[in-house]
Design a protein around this ligand. Sequence first.
Ligand code: GLN
Length: 490
Amino acid sequence: MDLHTLTVGGARRLLDEKKISSRELTRVFLDRIAAHDDTINSFLLVDAADAMARADAADRQIAAGNQTVFTGIPMALKDLLCTRGMRTTCGSKILDNFVPQYDATVVAKLKQAHGVILGKTNMDEFAMGSSTENSAYFPTKNPWHLAYVPGGSSGGSAAAVAAQFCCAALGTDTGGSIRQPASHCGVVGLKPTYGRVSRYGLVSYASSLDQIGPIARSVEDAALILNLIAGHDPMDSTCASQDVPDFTAGIAAFEKEGLKGMRVGIPKEYLGMEGIDPDVLAVFENAVNVLTDLGADIVEVSLPHTAYVVAAYYIIAPCEASSNLARFDGVKYGFRAHHADDLIDMYKQTRSQGFGPEVQRRIIIGTYALSAGYYDAYYGRASQVRALIMEDFSQAFDACDILLSPVAPTPAFRIGEKMDDPLTMYLTDIFTLSANMAGVPGISVPGGFSADDLPIGIQMMAARFDELSLVRAGYGMEKSLGLNRLFPTL
Ligand code: GLN
């Protein structure tokens, strides 16, 4: 049996039946990373000794009968989740030497469960990007086709899952960074409701939009990971005190009655849109048929402010980023430029040398938009548009239970193809940004392949805190299409 293709659920069963040990499983992944990651470049850091020590500790827990779902499961973490004693760069030179003194809440939860951390995955610098090419270190390649991007900004996590370097991974999603790379790499990505998962210890990009979530090989695994990481945290005042259900109940609901009674909304503004690749449309149309066959009722809905989503997001996110990134000044964290004339010069040089071009661009846009005299025209206006987008979603969810859409207008693009044209890159986020603007959950599940054999995902969104509907419909789609047992050959 190919241990590297195991899901979290599959590995759990073998570990519990004592057919494999966590040490054995961890070794399999570490060997595979050593053999192939110099081609894929999905990891920024692999700590084999730490991983093996955690695997041994997990095996002792299992021997004593003390295991929980993640005991001994090898996972990868996007490199903006603080890991105590383990370098956390956020894909940036400015944090090149940053070793956190504490764990993010999600990391602490994984450690408490005796999960195994294999390492930290590559990403666009400060999660700004859609291709992982903005990493200050190196671009990650799409395991399905090395000339293509894996998507971003959690491209390292998605590529690591697709390349079978780990059972599953954590990513973050501010405007699509879990769902879009999951789509481009042929895996499952779930962005939870804003507030569902603690952001404590996540290096902030845009605090009102950021959420941590799973990138996995199956919908079941995404639900299991959400079970692990969701829930109130006193360390994050935006983390909701909402009850946390067992998200795998969505799978049980599907097994019991399919999608009977589920209303699936198709936003009419999405379909006539220009620039959608015909392969993406074909995958989308097939998904509509699959859901119908499973018993869902298709309804047309309207999201009237769709045309303003990209513009409003690309004001709000840079504004929040310009404020959040003010802390990287060469004094408190990481890199400091040498040979500065005075304090102001030290700030300037540190930030000019430490941040890459896309991050500098966004800090400048955000600072400009927030400056006195412009605030009302830009940030204030964008916030009003955001309120209208939220209203669009709440009205749509009166008429349907889930919204169905593409994840991205095209399959993965070629490395380098959009690097000279930031605006074109921003426009590829059209289908994913709204979920963050409205705070609603979204999932990407594999939906098919392009003519060039690149994976194409399907997006479903639900009302706030209704991840259960996403698990139910996502699982139905996965089971019908049977794409989750296909892997790229490395
Ligand atoms: N591509 C979007 C951006 O660059 C979203 C990134 C994200 O979700 N972190 O801002």
